[in-house]
Write a protein that binds this ligand. Structure first.
Ligand code: ZN
Length: 321
């Protein structure tokens, strides 16, 4: 058990977001409480003005009662390892796409700072929790030059432009800023991203929502799309054969490190000097004696010490850089 001086693990209450493309699996598969039938996103670890998780006091002390993650970040910086950023740096979501999402692209920090009132850009990555057989995602495009890209967009040659890559359960995909991308119908995805909500919509399949086309951001998209795109084969990584009971690093980039941890029996996670985010995607078990199950999101404080996890679990974890 924890000694009393140790900061407890921070369990979070997620924020659920209704989306036109959302489904019912966040409720049915993960058990999040909602009456809505089009919940597209669960913001599991979030400290953003558009969604701020609160600390779950049922599992823990009054020290944190009624605090949001963004408030705790300011109030108790030592819990997180004294980062020098004003905002909690990452955002962890589970996304349930009942229908195709629009085709979009995110800016990098420099473009967002200049064009979006000092916002952060957005780098993100996806872990495929579940998807239909023969599923494809939109990752990248087929234009070889900026001129070709502009021509294909202006002339609406979407089938030629958009690059689809096959995926299966357990795949991991890094989406750099400037990468054209879209999640497709039937995919259930854990997304780890920079703490930003800036998205440019390039194409929406001509669909109408409540009788209207949704706004597109063609100029901004053309400004930020990277040409040529990263190769398709470098974009997707399988993770089903990784060893159990250890932190397997899936990516390390400027903003985050993401790990997959499959626990079978018992495992010890070493101390981290920075805080460690965890989201349970499958199974149930115990973390330092506290029960955890599919759908739980929590943060292990900086310098917490070794963590003992028992049970049968699939966890995606991350640290900030
Ligand atoms: Zn995105």
């Amino acid at each position: 058990m924890n000694d009393v001086t140790k900061s407890p693990i921070l369990f979070l209450k997620p924020v659920l977001k209704q989306m036109v493309w959302g489904g019912s699996r966040l409720h049915e598969v993960f058990g999040y409480e909602t009456d809505a039938d089009n919940v597209g996103e669960c913001w599991g670890i979030a400290a953003h003005p558009n969604g701020d998780s609160s600390i779950n006091c049922e599992k823990f002390h009054e020290r944190f009662s009624n605090l949001t993650l963004s408030a705790l970040w300011k109030k108790e910086p030592k819990l997180f390892g004294d980062y020098d950023t004003a905002q909690f740096p990452l955002l962890i979501k589970i996304i349930d796409a009942k229908s195709d999402l629009s085709i979009q692209v995110h800016p990098d920090d420099a473009y967002a700072a200049r064009e979006e009132n000092g916002s952060l850009g957005k780098m993100e990555c996806w872990y495929i929790i579940d998807c239909p057989e023969d599923a494809v995602l939109v990752v990248g495009h087929n234009a070889k030059t900026k001129e070709e890209l502009e021509e294909m967009v202006q002339e609406g040659k979407w089938d030629e432009l958009i690059r689809k890559v096959p995926i299966k359960k357990g795949d991991f995909i890094q989406i750099d800023p400037g990468t054209v991308h879209a999640i497709t119908a039937g995919c259930l995805i854990l997304e780890t991203q920079q703490n930003s909500d800036i998205t440019y919509r390039l194409y929406d399949y001509g669909r109408k929502v409540d009788g209207k086309l949704r706004e597109l951001h063609i100029k901004q998209s053309l400004d930020v799309i990277q040409v040529p795109a990263k190769s398709a084969k470098d974009s997707v990584m399988g993770t089903l054969d990784l060893p159990k009971n250890q932190m397997n690093q899936l990516i390390s980039c400027q903003y985050y490190n993401v790990y997959k941890l499959v626990v079978s029996g018992r495992c010890l996670v070493p101390n981290h000097e920075s805080f460690l985010n965890m989201s349970v995607l499958e199974g149930n078990g115990l973390i330092d004696g506290v029960s955890i199950r599919k759908g739980d999101h929590f943060i292990i404080p900086a310098n917490y010490g070794e963590v003992r996890i028992e049970g049968e679990l699939v966890i995606i974890a991350s640290t900030a850089n």
